[in-house]
Write a protein that binds this ligand. Structure first.
Ligand code: ASP
Ligand code: MG
Length: 403
């Protein structure tokens, strides 16, 4: 008899009817002879509502009180779900993050899990209970409530599965898996049957929003298989995220994705200067500005100018910081471009297949789409293009590589 962790997201537990649907999945797993631990999110838009109420009171509320407030959403779900199971004649017990306890650091609003004490959960499982745990929350060394950041219940689920040495963690949501691209925007997307941890991490950082990235990192570190499945289509297997180092099936590209809200900054120096690159990026890092792609000028000017991409939200701050240090950095001019999107292809199969980037560039050339910047990793090629051309870019690349 193994331990199985099931995680249900906000849309899966949005109302009483759905809570009872969730019970079917839990009971089915229990009836296979497994011990079942369930992690849940807040119902529907509860977390957004709580944040709205917070802002009504105080735009600058402390993060400590923010965590006390937003953790309430998950507490409501665990109680209701346990009540549903009780009503169906099953023994269930709800536990908040601090009752487990799930210990985190003290970074309120973005806490990282340090350690999970599994004794209580094991005792409850051995007593025949289904254990229902509140996702997204923990407790720090001062006994203060913390939360793990938006979408953090996925991370609770996977971290618990690792701590309990569970056989697997099934993440139930309102989509039935991970697709080769956004099915709402791109024609003929296919559900991916299995994908490696690395591909999933790259897809998520390139804009796919299926799972909390931290949960994939934890699963990878401990080789825990996770599945993304639909609560509402129980017959579907969904997508398995597993340890794969070799690509065995067909195509070289596993997924095509896009991330909007990118900006590009070009810093043009007054002269060639060794160390400008270092100084510019250190300054931006000190101001907490995340850089994504980087491109240097060519030839003799390689140490004169540099361009890089950042998220739109950081644009004003980056421009201000560079402007304020123009003299010191010997900068002649700072240019910027907004309304850009990053379009990426991801696939383990790229590693051993030359020409993937060339084919991507050719597809964009055929569509008359200008590439503003490029970055690559072993299993990803990303390009920056105009936002208004980005959907066409994704569709044509998807057609070229996947259909
Ligand atoms: N309820 C939290 C949120 O909405 C955590 C989660 O759903 O994973 O972000
Ligand atoms: Mg989520």
């Amino acid at each position: 008899m193994g331990i199985v962790v099931q995680k249900f997201g906000g849309t899966s537990v949005a109302n009483t009817e759905k809570l009872f649907m969730v019970c079917n999945h839990i009971i089915a797993e229990k009836e296979k002879g497994n011990k079942v631990v369930v992690v849940v999110s807040a119902q529907g838009k509860t977390t957004d509502d709580l944040i709205r109420q917070e802002k009504e009171i105080n735009e600058k509320a402390s993060l400590r009180e923010h965590d006390v407030l937003v953790s309430v959403g998950e507490q409501i779900t665990i109680a209701k779900l346990s009540m549903c199971l009780e009503k169906l004649g099953h023994n269930a017990i709800s536990l908040t993050g601090w009752q487990v306890p799930i210990f985190t650091n003290n970074i309120h609003g973005e806490a990282l899990i340090d350690y999970i004490d599994i004794e209580r959960i094991e005792r409850e499982l051995n007593n025949g209970n289904i254990v229902i745990v509140a996702g997204f929350q923990g407790i720090d060394e001062k006994n203060d409530i913390t939360t793990l950041g938006r979408g953090g219940s996925d991370t609770t689920g996977v971290a618990l599965a690792v701590a309990l040495r569970a056989d697997k963690c099934d993440i139930y949501t309102d989509v039935d898996g991970v697709y080769t691209s956004d099915p709402n925007k791109v024609d003929k997307t296919k559900r991916i049957k299995s994908i490696s941890y690395d591909e999933m991490l790259e897809l998520a950082s390139a804009g796919a929003k299926v799972l909390h990235n931290r949960c994939v990192e934890i699963a990878k570190k401990h080789c825990l298989p996770i599945s993304v499945r639909s609560t509402f289509k129980p017959e579907d297997e969904g997508t398995r995220i597993i340890n794969k180092t070799e690509y065995l099936e067909g195509s070289t590209v596993t997924g095509v994705t896009k991330q909007s809200n990118n900006s590009k900054i070009a810093v043009i120096g007054k002269n060639n200067q060794i160390g400008r690159l270092y100084k510019v990026f250190k300054l931006l890092a000190n101001n907490n500005i995340n850089i994504d792609m980087i491109a240097q000028a060519a030839g003799e000017d390689i140490i004169k100018s540099v361009s890089f991409s950042i998220q739109d939200k950081d644009l004003n701050k980056a421009l201000e910081v560079l402007e304020n240090n123009k003299e010191e950095l010997q900068i002649h001019e700072v240019k910027h471009y907004s309304n850009l999107a990053k379009v990426s292809i991801v696939g383990l199969g790229m590693m051993n297949n030359p020409g993937v980037a060339a084919k991507m560039f050719e597809t964009l050339y055929d569509e008359n789409i200008e590439i503003k910047m490029v970055s690559t990793s072993e299993i990803k090629v990303s390009v920056l293009v105009e936002e208004e051309q980005s959907e066409k870019a994704v569709s044509s690349i998807h057609k070229q590589f996947i259909i």
